[in-house]
Design a protein around this ligand. Structure first.
Ligand SMILES: NC(=O)c1ccc[n+]([C@@H]2O[C@H](COP(=O)([O-])OP(=O)(O)OC[C@H]3O[C@@H](n4cnc5c(N)ncnc54)[C@H](O)[C@@H]3O)[C@@H](O)[C@H]2O)c1
Length: 249
């Protein structure tokens, strides 16, 4: 059953978020594509039809989140769903990792996830329906060293682990209002976020995945789209791993 929805997509200037916005437009939905980088957003998605709105938004700032929701409601009259992909990466090795870098990553990835979910959730609560999807990462299960590999360091991994608790808490709070909250935890995906991987680390990735390759942005975006769909209506408070079967040993 396909119902047309008004969907906020963060991180829409790049990678998974861009693929997600494009997929939702293909499916006939109204899309508010959001990113902190307004120029990149305008270059990534062309508002050819009236169903796409581009909205600059820094999810780490409460006012920016509130303004974005208000602008979306002014344009489309409502927000049915939020798919929040925006995040920053950090591969700083633990011995070099200071409070400033740690807090920078948590501010965008954790506080930002909360603030945009809070702003959307308040609107959905008054409507008595809605769906929110946040982005974790399977690095939160295995950990990762960062440093010369270019993989996520302790700050990034901790930020993605925090999403699980955030999803559970928001799910507990919002379920009674008909608002579902879930997360997607991707494995390694071919986007600019892994552009800092060393050549060796990048080359080693497919062999770690039983399906024999790293993920594409579309393959992750599709799960986000599923989690706001009618077909996922009884999935709530979950973090869905999407990583081609890679184990975490
Ligand atoms: N690519 C991977 O291998 C991978 C693996 C696991 C999880 N993830 C997660 O998937 C999500 C999408 O990752 P991606 O690979 O598409 O990343 P990406 O770097 O390609 O895109 C991230 C986007 O977020 C935007 N952004 C950053 N800070 C922002 C802010 N404060 N406010 C609004 N927008 C902001 C950036 O401008 C960028 O357009 C992220 O949450 C990431 O942690 C990615």
């Amino acid at each position: 059953m396909t119902t047309t929805q008004t969907v906020l997509v963060t991180g829409a200037a790049s990678g998974i978020g861009r693929a997600c916005a494009a997929r939702l437009l293909d499916q006939g939905h109204e899309v508010v594509a959001m990113d902190v980088n307004g120029e990149a957003l305008a270059a990534a998605l062309r508002p050819e039809g009236s169903r796409l709105m581009l909205q600059q938004c820094d999810v780490s700032q409460a006012q920016s989140c509130a303004d974005a929701i208000a602008a979306a409601i002014a344009r489309f009259g409502k927000v049915d769903a939020l798919i929040h992909w925006a995040a920053i990466h950090s591969s700083t090795f633990w011995t070099d990792l200071g409070a400033d870098e740690f807090n920078r990553v948590l501010s965008t990835n954790v506080t930002g996830s909360f603030l945009i979910a809070q702003a959307a959730g308040l609107h959905m609560k008054t409507r008595g329906k809605g769906a929110i999807v946040l982005a974790s990462s399977t690095s939160m299960l295995a950990g990762s060293t960062g440093g010369q590999t270019g993989s996520g360091g302790a700050a990034y991994v901790a930020s993605k682990a925090a999403i699980i608790g955030l999803v559970r808490s928001l799910a507990n709070a919002l379920g009674r209002y008909g608002v579902r909250v879930n997360a997607v935890a991707p494995g390694v995906v071919d986007t600019p976020m892994i552009g800092g991987y060393s050549a060796e680390h990048r080359a080693a990735q497919p062999a770690r995945v039983p399906l024999g390759r790293i993920g594409s942005p579309d393959e992750i975006a599709d799960v986000g789209c599923f989690l706001i769909s009618h077909e996922s209506r009884y999935i709530h408070g979950e973090t869905i791993i999407v990583n081609g079967g890679a184990n975490f040993g």
